[in-house]
Design a protein around this ligand. Sequence first.
Ligand code: SF4
Length: 453
Amino acid sequence: MGIVPPPLMKIPVAPKIGFVSLGCPKALVDSERILTQLRAQGYQTASDYAGADLVVVNTCGFIDSAVQESLDAIGEALAENGKVIVTGCLGAQPRKILERHPQVLQVTGPQRYEEVLAAVHAHVPPRHEPFLDLLPPQGIKLTPRHYAYLKISEGCNHHCSFCIIPTMRGRLVSRQISEVLREAEGLARAGVKELLVISQDTSAYGTDLKFAAQEWRGRERRARFFELCEALGEMGIWIRLHYVYPYPHVDEIIELMAAGKVLPYLDIPFQHASPRILRAMKRPAAAENTLARIRTWRSAIPTLAIRSTFIVGFPGETEADFEALLDWLDQAQLDRVGCFEYSPVEGAAANALGGAVPDELKAERHARFMQVAARISAARLAAKVGKPMRVLVDTVEARHAIARSAADAPEIDGTVRIGGRGVTKLKVGDWADVNITGAGDYDLQAELKGPTA
Ligand code: SF4
């Protein structure tokens, strides 16, 4: 019997959403917010009605002419596309909309971001691809208003052999620094307490712009990773960095973390530790001595939380390579890790590599890897018991609240479950000061000391 090649994983085409934004700057911030969330969840923006799977119309209802303009825009979107969700100020008067346009799929009011996202999901479901998306496969939880994703660039200049993003999304295109900062400032003004900075290669930000300078709030800022983080750090909210590669200039960001400007949290997709496999993967910064870097960072910031993702069962991965990975993980003592079993992606260079690892062996390595990861996580969390901590509240339930610390990104990391007197007075999006009272493999328990303004 010949060798049966593994099934190729089909990369789904991202669903496209058309967006019509009417009204004042506040409505514009709402539109940006919705679009940012949609992007982070894997949707693309369509530039015309014909190319859209669905159209969102963000309306204005301030004066009669604005109402008329909004109703006309809805009519046009229905005629040109047919699938339309309406939000914004006129959405506060759904009768007015539905009387004229009963075919509208859903109407939500102003700043009802979560409802707009839920409606988009219901009519055009998001598609998850673990190598491409930051968000987890267990369905999209609707992102509350107190945190938001801030995408700083598109595309990527690398050629990792398991990835086809550069083919799909092109080379790195960074957004102008003033545009990114304007969006961040608008989100902070709208009540966002935490910005999650995302891209395919966050620390490469601005290299394509040749670090072009722009004026921002009376000061010249260059499109450099450090200057972007420095400016974001002045907004008085949590700034969390995802998809950072350990290039040498990342050391400057550690200084911003030590100064309390940026959260002491680094999401670095290491993917492996065996030099042979990293070379086969063609990973950026593969030659860096990552253990030495991590030790230096932690000596500057002992509370630094490091998150990463890994692939086990990459073609040619031997038992020795895998043991090297486990040994590296033990030494690196990463706080949070995710692990995928390798799966070929149609069009990826790695498909031509020999040495496919059998599925059972991949599953076994995945289980062994996660055992080590859980042991490390449990020990690191246990060391936090008895310590005070500031957390951000995500949900409030009958007798407790669920929050996150600086070490926990939403959706992908752990949580802090808070009990104690006064806990039900907390609101979603509040800061709270707590004492850590217990720890599990991935989550913490705490008692409330007091809500914090
Ligand atoms: S750095 Fe590698 S894995 Fe990440 S997007 Fe670029 S090519 Fe893909």
